[in-house]
Design a protein around this ligand. Structure first.
Ligand SMILES: Cc1cc2nc3c(=O)[nH]c(=O)nc-3n(C[C@H](O)[C@H](O)[C@H](O)COP(=O)(O)OP(=O)(O)OC[C@H]3O[C@@H](n4cnc5c(N)ncnc54)[C@H](O)[C@@H]3O)c2cc1C
Length: 503
């Protein structure tokens, strides 16, 4: 006869999670904690997904995310396990938060102290500081409402959305005006406008196409601050991997899932390059379009190829990981070069008619070794150069080389420092790599852009409409792009699974 403990183990529901990005990792930890028997199957060699690691000759690069923003959401996530981020890694607030090159001669530091940023805005335009104060007060109010009313809730119908307090609270109004228009009403100078708009890039969007609700990004970046976890974002991914394992989740790496097996509208498991695995429930973290189009039969696709064709994708990018045998003197941990035509830059990313490899783009330089000496050998620096690109572009060696050379020339000119003669390691990662490594649709780095029509309930659903026990988590779903958002997505989906199958 089975004792009670054995009986409860036998009855455990088997969950297969496809993909070990932040979405898959966080869902694995949450569901394992709730008593499910969790197996995560990942195509690549380790955990982290877009937050993978590239190491060479003592240089360690976080391949994707590098900004630790919204520390409150990380805290909220770890609190599910009675833990704090500091139980896993040391967290430092960066100061300055970042450096911006508006031109060769106009270089400013955005500081962690708000008073200093008010003073900075006063140098851009009359009453700039006062205007920033008002802008941030509005962003803070909207952030608090969004966390309460928008981010952690799953809106399944338009009625859910409109019936909530959102209508009264004014969030709705902020969805009707675009960010560009909103910012143009608030600030006059190019510099101020760029500082409060650049962070929309984190959402894979452009100010013209994004609801002004997302001016919350300035609260996140300027008021809450920019942090760095010692050991990099890979340490954050590893912490959740370790947490999920400690709760009983199993992981299989280097094994791409090739099919989700479905019988009569019910998922029965997955087929991989190695064999088949049975499951009572399948939760997908791999890119949503790839999964629907490639892993499911046509009749089980909630969103077929024609759906994705019409969507506004977030940009792809070209990233150069460069290790140099000297330290950059004039750069800080995060650096933005925003001297080129702003509007035209967004057009080449989002307007299919104008999509092209850029001639002279804005770009981002991350040097984690400024804060984390374990990132590079002593006396050396780890440079991560990121240039956003339109998804779907043809990716050739010639394009890559031309753009890379442009960025190196430009950065050397701006900083007055030699980079080329000091390069020890060098790797370029662009559209084709996003496709090959992550099965990214059209090579997008970030998935679906946060346009007005791709926000909240207008994002692809967490639950399949065609397969009873098939769920999704990660950046394609609500609330969207960014590491903290994937934690929230997994919390939403774990709650939905518990409501339906709670054990
Ligand atoms: C260059 C770059 C910079 C970024 N910067 C920041 C930042 O500074 N801060 C921030 O918060 N966010 C940033 N982001 C966004 C953030 O990294 C993502 O939103 C987040 O990591 C997405 O996590 P995810 O779990 O949804 O997807 P992913 O990380 O892509 O995870 C999906 C997983 O599924 C796996 N998979 C795919 N196909 C299969 C298959 N057939 N079988 C098994 N497994 C499969 C993939 O290999 C991958 O591991 C950045 C992203 C990029 C690319």
């Amino acid at each position: 006869m089975l004792n009670i403990r054995t009986a409860s183990l036998v009855m455990k529901m088997k969950v297969i999670i496809v993909g070990a990005g932040f979405g898959g990792l966080s869902a694995a930890a949450l569901l394992a904690k709730d008593g499910y028997q969790v197996k995560v199957i990942e195509k690549n060699e380790g955990p982290g997904g877009r937050a993978s690691v590239y190491s060479d000759q003592g240089f360690h690069f976080d391949m994707g995310p590098s900004w630790y923003l919204m520390p409150d959401v990380y805290e909220h996530f770890y609190a599910n396990f009675d833990k704090k981020p500091e139980d896993f890694f040391e967290l430092d607030r960066l100061d300055p938060s970042y450096k911006i090159y508006f031109s060769q001669d106009e270089v400013v530091d955005v500081e962690s102290e708000l008073e200093k940023n008010y003073a900075l805005f006063d140098t851009f335009e009359e009453n700039g500081g006062e205007k920033l104060k008002e802008y941030l007060a509005s962003a803070e109010k909207m952030y608090e409402l969004s966390v309460k009313e928008l981010l952690y809730k799953d809106y399944r119908t338009i009625l859910d959305f409109l019936n909530g307090k959102m209508l009264m609270s004014g969030i709705r109004l902020n969805i009707l005006e675009n960010l560009e228009h909103f910012v143009d009403r608030k600030f006059e100078s190019d510099e101020a406008r760029k500082i409060v708009q650049y962070s929309i890039g984190f959402l894979g969007s452009s100010p013209k196409r994004t609801p002004s609700l997302y001016h919350i990004m300035s609260h996140i970046d300027l008021t809450m601050g920019v942090f760095y976890p010692q050991g990099g974002m890979r340490r954050v991914a590893n912490s959740i991997y370790e947490l999920a394992q400690s709760l009983g989740a199993e992981f299989i790496f280097n094994e791409p899932v090739e099919q989700i097996m479905v019988e009569n509208g019910v998922a029965t498991g997955v087929k991989t390059s190695n064999g088949t695995y049975e499951a009572d429930l399948v939760l997908v973290n791999a890119d949503y379009p790839f999964t629907e189009i490639e892993l499911l039969d046509d009749k089980y696709q909630t969103y077929p190829a024609t759906y994705w064709e019409k969507k506004v994708l977030a940009p792809s990018s070209m990233v150069a990981y460069v290790g140099i045998d000297r330290e950059m003197e004039n750069l800080v941990h995060h650096n933005l070069v925003l001297d080129k035509d702003w509007a035209e830059g967004f057009d080449t990313l989002f307007d299919p008619e104008k999509a092209a490899w850029p001639e002279n783009p804005s770009y981002y330089v991350n040097i984690p070794s400024k804060t984390d000496r374990s990132a590079a050998p002593p006396g050396m620096d780890t440079l991560f150069l990121l240039i956003p690109l339109a998804p779907g572009l043809e990716d050739t060696e010639e394009h890559r080389e031309k753009l890379y050379n442009y960025i190196l020339d430009d950065l050397e000119a701006k900083t007055g420092e030699n980079i080329r003669d000091h390069i020890v390691v060098e790797r370029i990662f662009a559209l084709n790599d996003f496709k090959d490594r992550y099965n990214a649709y059209k090579g997008t780095a970030l998935g679906l852009s946060h346009t007005m029509r791709q926000t909240a309930l207008f994002r692809p659903a967490h639950k399949s409409k065609k397969v009873k026990n098939l769920y999704y988590t990660g950046q394609y779903t609500h609330p969207g792009i960014g590491v903290p958002m994937t934690f929230i997505s997994s919390e939403i989906v774990a709650k939905e699974i518990n409501e339906e199958y709670g054990i």
